[in-house]
Design a protein around this ligand. Sequence first.
Ligand SMILES: Cc1cc2nc3c(=O)[nH]c(=O)nc-3n(C[C@H](O)[C@H](O)[C@H](O)COP(=O)(O)OP(=O)(O)OC[C@H]3O[C@@H](n4cnc5c(N)ncnc54)[C@H](O)[C@@H]3O)c2cc1C
Length: 273
Amino acid sequence: MSEKAEDLKRRVEAFMNEYVYAAEAEYHDHIENSGNRWSIPPIMEELKKKAKEQGLWNLFLAEFDEYGSGLTNLEYAPLAEIMGRSLIGAEPFNCSAPDTGNMEVLARYGTEEQKQKWLIPLLNGEIRSAFAMTEPAVASSDATNIQCSIKREGDEYVINGRKWWISGAPDPRCKIFILMGKTNPDAPRHQQQSQILVPRDTPGVTIIRPMKVFGSDDAPHGHAEIEFKNVRVPVSNLIGEEGGGFAIAQGRLGPGRIHHCMRLIGCAQRHWS
Ligand SMILES: Cc1cc2nc3c(=O)[nH]c(=O)nc-3n(C[C@H](O)[C@H](O)[C@H](O)COP(=O)(O)OP(=O)(O)OC[C@H]3O[C@@H](n4cnc5c(N)ncnc54)[C@H](O)[C@@H]3O)c2cc1C
């Protein structure tokens, strides 16, 4: 661990001890008793403001000094472990999935216009986002199976498909989806897919229901089933090249797997030690 990473580790741990654990009761009380499970507990925005003021912000953005901490994945991993000790521990530092992976994708593959419109507000913690890949009709653990179609018509792409388990989509602050679908079902197996930006308020996007994991709806973040019916977006919303979607998904999920695992280790330490 570098000195910088050791220092951040100490400061993230201190922030968790001073503010985050103490905020859990108020956060959960809001969800259970405010009358709207899908509204954001004000305490979360207060925590974000405090963490940002302390420079504990966007720590996950490995290799991107210009946007984040510039830590390597190895250096960030122990920070994710500490954040994982609370179910509300990652968001104060703007380090929650799926925004982290989405920001990495935009930082790495986005055009300047896409970065200005979506990456900057995400980096600032002003909006949230979702990643729409998994589908009910196919075994999605092999992402080459997905069927959602993305067809070019003039200056637009037309999207048709159904997705589920889309984390963060029910969050009222979620404004943008990165969707994976097929632009060319006849191309070689790993070049059929593309990724495209779909603003949540685009006509034809319908959030059907929040889904439950072991009985919990995980409000106010949630995991949604979503229909995309003749959804039209400009061609400039494509991320990278047509056919590059599978490779982008792998680049995105790689660090994400480590983040999730480290948070779960932190969670286990807190609850089962
Ligand atoms: C809480 C939660 C949040 C999620 N968030 C998101 C999200 O934000 N965005 C998103 O796109 N997805 C999300 N997912 C979906 C997740 O990525 C998928 O559930 C996962 O990839 C598995 O795909 P599947 O559900 O289609 O299962 P399947 O692929 O149908 O797999 C079911 C079982 O069958 C096995 N299996 C599959 N194919 C084969 C085969 N050929 N041979 C033998 N065994 C096989 C698998 O190993 C597994 O045990 C989320 C899921 C959960 C539970």
